[in-house]
Design a protein around this ligand. Structure first.
Ligand SMILES: C[S@@+](CC[C@H](N)C(=O)[O-])C[C@H]1O[C@@H](n2cnc3c(N)ncnc32)[C@H](O)[C@@H]1O
Length: 359
């Protein structure tokens, strides 16, 4: 996961402190959206998830699998008063998440077991309260806790978390996880039974027959997908994995068109901001520019990309031009001449009543 290491983390920390300085006591989770929401369509999708799972009623527990720098979890806790546990593989991302939560004064438990104890008997344990009283006035009494863990191996029973979650969300994390049955098994063990759409996955999937070699190369080199041919699934294979893991699939919604618009808009915004900063040519700028462009190429359309060269002459040089990505380049030309085999999906499922053990 090179993308989220080193310069990107450092850049996020600097940006967060700048925002905290500018907003002072009025700082709220949505101010951090440019830093900590790494999925597509930001809070729109989180509001839909919250409404579907009635997160604002009583003590609700949500698990965020692959929680990254924690934006979705903090937002859900702050707007709905629910208790969110993030499972995050990378220590660096968890550290960044802790800093952002502290700046926002979002309460957290010291570990998943403590959260589980509270959820089973809310009268006895409270999350550690924060130190910035002004922010508390905006905050419903939710919490966000992060555990550094490989979600495929998380010790659900050992932490007392079996059957505790009202909903599980995972946004753009499963593409990085080869062991789909492992991670879905963890989701199943964490969830209570019932509730359509209580498992909410947003992920890439194969729309055509198979990914091309070039698409695999982009996914591997720039998106940290270890084995693109086996890690990105077709709809049929995805549904099979879910069924094998004792889930009933409620919906498999193709999000490709929405996400294509989103990723181009994100790239354009990035270039526009970098241009206004005189095209600062930092490591982080270059890495992000190459990453955003690779994602655009994977999803394709956006026909007038060449106009970006006129509009953002400074900032584009940090990324796309560096790897020869103008539309005249052979590589890009070849990609653009073929329809994309990659799609995006929102998959809703619920735990089957008849199976397993964890209720
Ligand atoms: C693209 S980020 C998405 C973060 C977050 N869901 C969001 O939407 O802002 C994917 C995250 O999944 C995490 N991840 C990858 N493999 C994981 C695993 N086996 N267990 C837990 N987290 C994992 C990565 O470290 C990364 O932070």
């Amino acid at each position: 996961m090179n993308l989220y290491k080193g310069s990107k983390i450092a850049q996020s920390l600097i940006h967060a402190v700048q925002l905290a300085y500018v907003h002072g006591p009025a700082l709220i989770p949505t101010h951090f959206i440019p830093i900590d929401m790494l999925h597509y369509e930001g809070v729109t999708t989180l509001n839909e998830f919250a409404a579907m799972n009635h997160l604002s009623t009583d003590t609700r527990c949500v698990i965020d699998v692959g929680s990254g720098s924690g934006g979705p979890g903090r937002y859900l806790a702050w707007t709905n008063g629910c208790h969110v546990l993030g499972l995050e593989y990378m220590q660096e991302m968890a550290n960044l998440s802790h800093v952002l939560s502290r700046l926002l004064a979002i309460p957290s438990f010291s570990n998943p077991a403590e959260l589980a104890t509270f959820l089973r008997d809310p009268s006895t344990h409270r999350p550690a309260l924060s130190h910035t009283p002004q922010t508390q006035t905006h905050l419903k009494q939710g919490s966000f806790t992060v555990a550094v863990a490989d979600a495929t191996k998380f010790d659900v029973h050992g932490q007392g978390m079996n059957g505790i979650a009202d909903a599980v969300i995972s946004q753009l994390a499963l593409l990085h996880i080869s062991d789909k049955l492992g991670v879905l098994g963890t989701c199943r063990d964490l969830l209570k039974c019932g509730g359509k759409g209580s498992l909410w996955i947003e992920d890439y999937y194969i729309r055509g027959d198979s990914l091309t070699d070039l698409e695999c190369q982009l996914l591997h080199d720039h998106v940290s997908v270890k084995n693109p041919r086996s890690d990105i699934l077709t709809q049929k294979a995805y549904e099979q994995c879910l069924q094998e893991s004792s889930f009933v699939v409620d919906d498999f919604l193709d999000k490709t068109n929405d996400w294509t618009v989103f990723v181009w808009q994100r790239y354009e915004n990035f270039l526009s901001i970098a241009q206004s900063e005189n095209g600062q040519d930092t490591d982080c700028q270059r890495e992000m520019s190459v990453f955003y462009y690779a994602i655009c190429m994977l999803f394709r359309p956006m026909s007038d990309f060449d106009s970006f060269y006129d509009r953002f002459p400074l900032s584009i040089s940090a990324g796309a031009r560096q790897w020869g990505a103008s539309s005249s380049c052979e590589f890009v030309h070849f990609l653009r001449s073929q329809p994309s085999s990659l799609g995006g999906a929102r998959i809703l499922a619920h735990k089957s009543q008849s199976n397993p053990s964890t209720q």
